[in-house]
Design a protein around this ligand. Structure first.
Ligand code: 5GP
Length: 191
């Protein structure tokens, strides 16, 4: 999506270790008008999929998911980070390895908010190694709901998550795909 690519070039900053900083418009300060345009793209892509629920992960996916919820006109659920060791039967729980923070954490979703009848669209700001999407897919699978696919703002296609998850059959609609990030601060998009 040209608009998002141009915004990344204008306001994004390449950091060492393959990290793109976009917190001026995507995941700290949020440009909600831009979010609406991203959500419109996902809505077009998944128009035929009868999405009735959006699932994201705490924290940086929540803003995007909420705007997508307005466009899809459906509830938005976020997988919550937790330190609880024991879970009772009222929750689905999975483990996620954070790319940006280099740690492992558990996330939960209440069984009340993911139902076997749900048709779920996953939303997140970034796709890198795919651990966040793995976790979300696992929660959907535990619930018996159907995952129709994932809407991602920025995919770093030089990292393996996208290829691995697509090979597993997950449909992923990424609106900007970065194929390379360089030490001089420049980056390249996929064609
Ligand atoms: P993955 O689980 O696919 O490795 O990484 C996805 C998660 O890591 C996203 O939810 C996002 O918050 C974070 N992330 C991954 N790469 C980047 C990056 O280059 N910049 C920022 N700001 N966050 C990233």
């Amino acid at each position: 999506m040209r608009l998002l690519e141009e915004r990344i070039l204008k306001d994004g900053k390449v950091r060492p270790g393959g990290i793109l900083k976009v917190d001026g418009f995507l995941n700290h300060q949020m440009d909600v008008h831009l979010f609406m345009q991203l959500a419109d793209q996902w809505h077009e892509a998944f128009a035929a999929d009868n999405v009735n629920k959006i699932l994201t992960i705490e924290a940086s996916g929540i803003g995007l998911a909420c705007i997508a919820g307005l466009v899809f006109d459906c509830p938005v659920v976020f997988a919550k980070k937790t330190k609880t060791k024991n879970i009772d039967g009222s929750l689905y729980k999975t483990t996620v390895e954070s790319f940006t923070h280099g740690n492992i954490y558990d996330v939960i979703v209440s069984r009340d908010y993911l139902l076997p009848t749900d048709r779920v669209l996953l939303i997140d700001d970034f796709l890198a190694n795919g651990a966040a999407l793995d976790g979300l897919c696992d929660l959907v699978e535990q619930s018996g709901a159907t995952c129709v696919g994932a809407g991602i703002a920025v995919e770093k296609s030089f990292q393996p998550g996208g290829q691995r998850l697509r090979a597993r059959g997950l449909r992923i609609e990424s609106l900007a795909r970065i194929k390379a990030m360089h030490d001089d601060g420049t980056l390249e998009f996929d064609d």
